[in-house]
Ligand binder design. Structure first.
Ligand code: MRU
Length: 356
């Protein structure tokens, strides 16, 4: 299964006329189906509806968008048309989801590459497509590497006998590699450490019970699914010694947006004196935002709350609020584990010092 032992979440198959393949995460854990994405519209839909999700995986997938877009240009192609098309594709894909900054980070890289090729005197649309595919492949490969490093930098935080709580899915399914929070667990497992994981089910879309439990089971790590409202009781019972989650966007002061419910877990962890760690690559930091209050929070369809599968679980026309993310304040975070190193008690100076 390539560099990633758990699941190959997104991969490009072929050359510039190739196709983007991804695991359709809407159907896990009951069905393991590969989705073949052949157009930008299909890619936008896949991101919006969470066929592919998780901050790094969204960024990696979107990076391939302009290559798909160039396949659909009518012949004969000219260079300016190709450049405009690639840039417009980036703008369009940037509207798919608002919170995970990895999406905008990856699209900015692709835009910069497009402009670089456009400035070459002998540039052709074929050369542009080849350069954009190479850039997307580089973003993919870098993500694989960053995930591994995050795991290696963080495994020391999981000791023998620990119960580790995680929220949502920050595993292989959320990245091109072996995940962020779950990478820490995979690396601790390689060191033969004995620990068990509690996975919050993560309402409303159940990324914890559907995806995290699936991944950890596949990896042979003991995992127990709990409802989101059980975490505090487990902490009180002494079952949790560390909390590790991923992130969708980290502001310059360390405030961190992650799946809705993460903030509550951080408050509970603080109350019980349990260290709360964020595991995320440098591509998840947004140093243009001074605090987490500036992070845009995605609002999703109310039907995600009022329906579980095909069952209606709330009365018709009831008011529903469905923010997909919340922000954990930096003071609740013991450390942010990145591929470049660990930022203990994160603050603006420490973050800038590590990220440069
Ligand atoms: O809505 P989702 O499933 O995309 O939300 C994902 C998360 O909140 C993850 O914890 C985050 O993206 C980190 S993934 C390494």
């Amino acid at each position: 299964m390539g560099q990633n032992m758990i699941a190959e979440t997104v991969k490009w198959v072929g050359g510039i006329d190739g196709v983007l393949e991804m695991i359709d995460q809407r159907r896990l854990p009951t069905e393991y189906v590969m989705l073949k994405v052949r157009s930008v519209e299909q890619l936008h839909e896949a991101i919006r509806t969470l066929a592919v999700r998780g901050a790094p995986a969204i960024g990696v997938s979107a990076a391939y968008g302009p290559v798909l877009a160039l396949q659909w240009l009518e012949k004969p192609r000219n260079m300016q048309e190709a450049v405009d098309h690639a840039v417009k594709t980036c703008d369009y894909l940037a509207t798919s989801r608002p919170t995970a900054v990895n999406l905008f980070w990856a699209l900015d890289r692709v835009r910069a590459k497009t402009k670089g090729v456009a400035a070459e005197p002998e540039a052709t649309s074929r050369r542009l497509a080849e350069a954009l595919l190479a850039e997307a492949n580089a973003i993919h490969a870098e993500d694989v590497e960053m995930c591994k490093r995050i795991g290696e930098n963080g495994e020391k935080f999981i000791r023998d006998g620990f119960g580790v709580l995680t929220h949502c899915n920050a595993g292989a399914l959320a990245t091109a590699g072996q995940g962020t929070a779950l990478s820490v667990m995979f690396e601790a497992q390689k060191k033969d450490r004995r620990f068990e994981v509690y996975a919050d089910e993560t309402r409303p879309l159940l990324q914890g019970s559907r995806l995290t439990a699936w991944e950890l089971q596949r990896a042979g790590i003991k995992v127990t699914v709990i409802c989101d409202n059980m975490a505090g009781f487990l902490m009180k019972q002494g079952k949790i010694q560390a909390v590790i989650t991923g992130a969708d966007r980290i502001a310059a002061n360390g405030d961190t947006a992650n799946k809705i419910g993460t903030y509550s877990v951080s408050v509970l962890a603080r109350h019980h004196g349990i260290p709360f760690y964020i595991a995320a690559p440098s591509s998840t930091f947004d140093l243009s935002l001074s605090t987490g209050a500036q992070i845009p929070i995605e609002q999703r369809d109310t039907s995600e709350v009022t329906w579980i599968g095909s069952t209606h679980v709330a009365p018709d026309n009831v008011g529903v609020y469905n923010p997909a993310f919340d922000v954990t304040p930096a003071q609740n975070i013991a450390a942010i584990i990145t591929e470049k190193g660990v930022i203990e008690s994160p603050n603006p100076d420490r973050i800038r010092a590590l990220l440069g």
